[in-house]
Design a binder for this molecule. Structure first.
Ligand code: FES
Length: 329
């Protein structure tokens, strides 16, 4: 395997238009060696050459079947509100290009024993990418599952060919919001009757996740049987976002954070750089241990239980409920 500083050099072996505004990229090791194994729900960091000296780093879920070592398959939506990553992937990255990627990480793994459970997979738009990999894994395991895939219209369904294969017959349900002949997703009805054997995995736009979360709560789904994967998150400012101090335990330095500043920005202004990627509380790249004080969590990376422990936070977006936060940094 061809690596540089723990990153893997891969070639874009295939770039394909999957649907309106969505391209898939098949990545193979530049030497042809097997890539690290991964589990369904995993994502990789991709360094995308940008216009500046520093490459953009974005996370993309792997959409192919776990067990495949000869390639990674990702798909990218050409976002109108792109911060540069998806636009560059669509316009600048071509077949034959060499990219640097990280090894797969997984915050959205299938839990429990899928072969003894009923798994419900819900995908909205580009959220199909990790969900497709999960469907492939469940298919291989001979598990009982159903996949509901929502999009505006048929031309926006990515991986439609793969999902039309006989192996998925009877398990994949498409819901097209702009097509009057298509059935709407009855999310409330679908989530009725939670049981110890049912598990729910959801990936899509925030509004889709919010609607599913509300329906799951209303139907009394246990939190640990429901997993969400976010692609983006709008960090909510609140009226009581105030100034506070962070102390770096290892150096003893104390840095003020202004009311309109993130912790990452405040540290950077003092020459201290934390690793960041999404800067929206989604990816966990900036996760930092908290030794004293109470964070004001604004991320969607940590689970509610992890947030309640208050022993770590995401300084790209989260703040402090106490005048001082002491960080293990
Ligand atoms: Fe992604 Fe902070 S940089 S959670």
């Amino acid at each position: 395997m061809n690596t540089v500083n723990d990153l893997i050099r891969v070639t874009v072996a295939r770039k394909r238009r999957e649907a309106e505004g969505i391209c898939s990229f098949e990545l193979i090791d530049t030497t042809g060696a097997p890539l690290p194994s991964f589990e369904a729900g995993a994502h990789i960091d991709v360094q995308i050459p940008g216009s500046g000296a520093t490459p953009l780093v974005r996370q993309y879920s792997l959409a192919n079947a776990p067990g495949e070592r000869h390639r990674y398959l990702i798909a990218v939506l050409d976002e109108p509100a792109s911060r540069g990553g998806s636009r560059a992937m669509h316009r600048a990255v071509q077949e034959g290009d060499v990219l640097l990627i990280g090894t797969p990480r997984n915050n959205f793994a299938l839990a429990g024993s899928a072969s003894r459970e009923q798994t419900l997979l819900l995908a909205g738009g580009i959220g199909i990418t990790p969900i497709l990999s999960m469907a492939e894994a469940l298919l291989q395991a001979g598990a009982d599952f159903a996949l509901h895939y929502c999009a505006r219209s048929a031309d926006r369904l990515a991986f439609a060919e793969r999902l039309a294969q006989p192996a998925f017959s009877g398990r994949v349900h498409r819901h097209l919001s702009a097509d009057p002949s298509s059935s709407r997703l009855d999310i409330v009805g679908l989530l009725q009757g939670p049981s110890a054997q049912r598990r729910l995995y959801v990936c899509g736009p925030e509004s889709f996740l919010d609607a599913t979360r509300a329906a799951a709560r209303a139907a009394d789904w246990p939190e640990d049987q429901v997993r969400f994967e976010h692609f983006a998150h709008k960090v909510q400012a609140s009226a009581d976002d105030g100034a506070f101090l962070v102390r770096l335990a290892r150096s003893g330095r104390t840095i003020p954070v202004a009311a309109d500043q993130t912790v990452v920005a405040a540290l950077s202004a003092h020459g201290i750089e934390l690793p960041v990627s999404c800067e929206q509380g989604v990816c966990g790249t900036c996760l930092t241990r908290v030794l004293e004080g109470v964070p004001d969590h604004k991320d969607v990376y940590l689970t509610p239980d992890e947030q309640a422990r208050n022993d770590q936070f995401t300084p790209c977006c989260s703040r402090s409920r106490t005048p001082l936060l002491v960080l293990d940094f």
